[in-house]
Design a protein around this ligand. Structure first.
Ligand SMILES: C[C@H](O)[C@H](O)CC(=O)C(=O)O
Ligand code: MG
Length: 394
């Protein structure tokens, strides 16, 4: 097994859903009015595709081994990511043993430091890392969660992100996270509307169901504090990504300001152990939400999670479908997982990376048995009906 080597790495792009789950058609809830850092410009307020949220598209990384196994993974990085993989990272991957994941990660990260560190470069690196874990699992005939030390519980439990927590409740989820609609530029009237929407949802779901607000980096400390204080009456469980990711100082202040018992969550757009170290050392939040396809892959998430454990922080990864499920099931400090409702009206459970993957498991009654993850690697296949494009060949 140790002699199995990586023969070739290939990078493709694909449009329409998949890992770039914001790349959806018209009328999808995820492209409705949602508060963003661009909402202060009225012309970019009504949907997020107007300012280019779906501009990247999905990157598919394939790694082929000398024994014929092919590992793959998907993330958000599109053509830029394909360029980086083919023209830069391939040299650190091809010819290496399939077990050399840590060394490959270190070389990819250090070799891209002069233009990387965060953002699309780390998304790309994450995609390669996940493909390597998929390949190792396939070569060994084991699911990734076994490679990570094995499941610590029999099943995953999910909350749902989407426009309809009331429907998510009926579908068996433990909670519903709504996108915040109005941002600070819409003033007190917008704030009142945000609170009215929460109040209305609380009436619909009853007392015990978790309700959360995802603010997608769009607020300032003052607004976020007022939102949190107003939302306490309606039992808001957490306020998520209230501030821009670089405002560590603001997060620390917000965490001190929110009502006792309300959680401050963030980290979806943070990357690497160094970024998360800042969040933890500055006591910015209660729960970190790394996206395994954006934070540095599984190799980095292992380190981030250990750091979080030592700081008594929970790790509830953002989205990322099977790549998150295989990790969450192996960690004591990840007690539940996120499920993004990708049906356009958030009224049914469809696979999160729909339509790109085949065999992508979905929760049933808000839960997923570990047996749903018991296939080699991450246990998914690329859907041959999704047209892949290879823009660069090294
Ligand atoms: C709904 C949010 O605005 C975003 O699209 C997804 C997200 O931040 C999350 O799932 O968390
Ligand atoms: Mg979020």
């Amino acid at each position: 097994m140790s002699e199995v080597r990586i023969k070739e790495v290939r990078a493709y792009t694909v449009r329409g859903g998949g890992a770039d789950y914001h790349d959806q058609g018209e009328g999808h809830w995820i492209d409705g009015q949602i508060s963003t850092p661009m909402s202060k410009y009225p012309e970019y307020r009504m949907n997020r595709s107007s300012f280019g949220l779906n501009v990247l598209g999905t990157l598919v990384v394939e790694v082929e081994a000398s024994d014929g196994n092919v590992g793959f993974a998907v993330t958000t990085a599109g053509e830029i990511g394909a360029f980086i993989v083919e023209k830069h990272l391939a040299r650190f991957i091809e010819g290496r043993k399939v077990t050399e994941i840590e060394k490959i990660w270190d070389q990819m990260f250090n070799a891209t430091l002069f233009y990387g560190r965060k953002g699309v470069v780390i998304n790309t690196l994450s995609g390669v890392d996940l493909a390597l874990w998929d390949l190792l699992g396939k070569v060994r005939g084991e699911p990734v969660h076994e490679l990570l030390g094995g499941a610590v519980r029999d099943e995953l439990q999910f909350y749902a992100t989407g426009a309809r927590p009331d429907l998510a409740k009926d579908m068996g989820f433990i909670g519903g996270k709504m996108p915040l609609v109005h941002g600070p530029a819409e003033g007190d009237e917008g704030l009142a509307r945000n609170l009215a929407q929460l109040a209305d949802m609380r009436t619909k779901v009853g007392e015990d169901f978790w309700l959360m607000y995802d603010c997608w980096m769009s607020l300032d400390v003052n607004y976020a504090t007022r939102l949190a204080q107003g939302a306490q009456e309606f039992g808001l469980k957490w306020i998520e990504e209230a501030l821009p990711p670089d405002d560590y100082w603001g997060y620390a202040e917000l965490k001190r300001n929110v009502p006792k018992g309300m959680l401050v969550n963030t980290g979806e757009h943070e990357a690497t152990r160094w970024g998360f170290r800042l969040l933890m050392e500055m006591d910015c939040c209660d729960v970190i939400q790394p996206d395994v396809g954006w934070c540095g892959g599984v190799t980095e998430l292992i380190k981030i999670s250990a750091l979080a454990d030592a700081h008594n922080k929970l790790v509830v990864p953002h989205g990322s479908s099977v790549y998150s499920y295989h990790f969450v099931i192996t960690r004591h400090n990840s007690p539940f997982a996120e499920f993004l409702m990708m049906a356009p009206k958030a009224d049914e459970v469809v696979p999160m990376f729909n339509p790109l993957l085949l065999d992508e498991p979905i929760p049933e009654q808000g839960r997923m048995k570990v047996s749903a993850l018991d296939r080699p690697g991450f246990g998914v296949r690329l859907n041959p009906e999704c047209a892949l494009h290879r823009p660069y060949i090294h």
